[in-house]
Design a protein around this ligand. Sequence first.
Ligand code: ADP
Length: 501
Amino acid sequence: MAGQCNGNAADHFKLPEIKFTKLFINGEFVDSISGKTFETIDPRNGEVVARIAAGDKEDVELAIKAAREAFDHGKWPRMSGFERGRIMIKFADLIDQNAEELAALDCMNGGKLFTFSKHGEIPEGANTLRYYAGAADKIHGETLKMSRALHGYTLREPIGVVGVIIPWNFPTTMFFLKVSPALAAGCTIIIKPAEQTPLSALYYAHLAKLAGIPDGVLNVITGFGHTAGAAISSHMDIDKVSFTGSTEVGRLVMQASASSNLKPVSLELGGKSPLLIFNDADVDTAVDLALFAIFFNKGEICVAGSRVFVQEGIYDEFVKKAAEKAKSWVVGDPFDPHVQQGPQVDKKQFEKILKYIEYGKSEGATLLTGGKPCGEKGYFIEPTIFTDVKEDMKIVQDEIFGPVMSLMKFKTVEEAIEKANNTRYGLAAGIVTKDLNLANTLSRSIRAGMIWINCYIAFDRDCPYGGYKMSGFGRDSGLQALEQYLQTKAVVTPLHNSPWL
Ligand code: ADP
């Protein structure tokens, strides 16, 4: 069996009580108007952990009213950037103080590794807030060099009420990648977490209020995509939508904008990212990197290095070592610190991945290792590697969003570039070589928004992140992300006292 499946080895971990299960509108936790709720489950065992308020159109309506009022008349957009920044830093400190509980929520809801969440994702969420808090008082326009006797300058103003729709794979990271720059800009927000992972978002709403973020500025609507999500993207009174999720739903969000108020949208969508490994690479290091690139977060990451291309000189050695290491990859309870891979987020995702593994086999690829579910209960899948893969196979063209690597061979640099670009996506790419000239040449030839040389999944909050091609447009992270929540107003006046006409 590929990977050791440790089942529920961490049963002794004391799960936190679920404190927040209702919608957060205008500073209060409230039931949905319909009174409907939905189950949120623990993917380690498929059991229900809580019932969560199912927000729908009429709840979105209330949240938009609150956010509109807070934007049009409230103090958040009008207070100094410095003051906004201070409140955001307080919010970040509260997150750090509650990191253990928040990490447990993301793990029991999303199957994420507890140690990674506690020491990585949760504190990084807080740091993202701090990064944009530091920018909040440095937002300013320019003085324009006008060609006539005119004085002109620009104002950088918050775009308004922002709708945010996020996926389940990084509930905390996604929340703060969008909410932090929007808050710094002075916007007000309605955010819909994914239906699979609503728990931490509601906790963040509670902490935002404790930190002093005024009522109506940050509203959380839990619920489904076709109801609450669609109500956000099609609403006439939302000024911008920031979306991360599948390419299919991204298209729907854009269509909803086009047929409503033409609100600008930013879309961070799917990927099928290539990792190119050249003959001069250290094979052991390259294998470790390749496994990390696809098995990290159980492959549920948009930038997953799901297409691995290895140059022919080291291909055989790479295949042998990759199989050995994948077999010793530890799959099991994500609360156990030795575990490297937890369960897939839910049954639907679990079944989708297994279906793709079947496609791989029936289309003639060789299953090098893995390929089966593991454990008695829950949604665990063995780390899986296919060889003898052809580029037109479904497993190479479609985003699987699971621990499934397609391993392929190439000869020349030209071939590597062509293969890397042979996808409708363009989110990320990795290059492993000691030859910097080669790495730089490739970086310019690959059509993707993020290139990692001798590393992978190396994110940083100062580094803009987003896609080329059907991986979307707009950038999260870095100061470029702040731009998405601002708009520019030009102000012009004659230089002399003489009347303009
Ligand atoms: P995934 O395939 O990763 O689950 P989705 O694109 O389906 O990603 O979901 C990402 C987010 O988009 C979730 O919050 C989901 O509820 C939301 N969503 C799904 N369908 C729609 C829709 N029609 N309109 C707006 N949001 C939606």
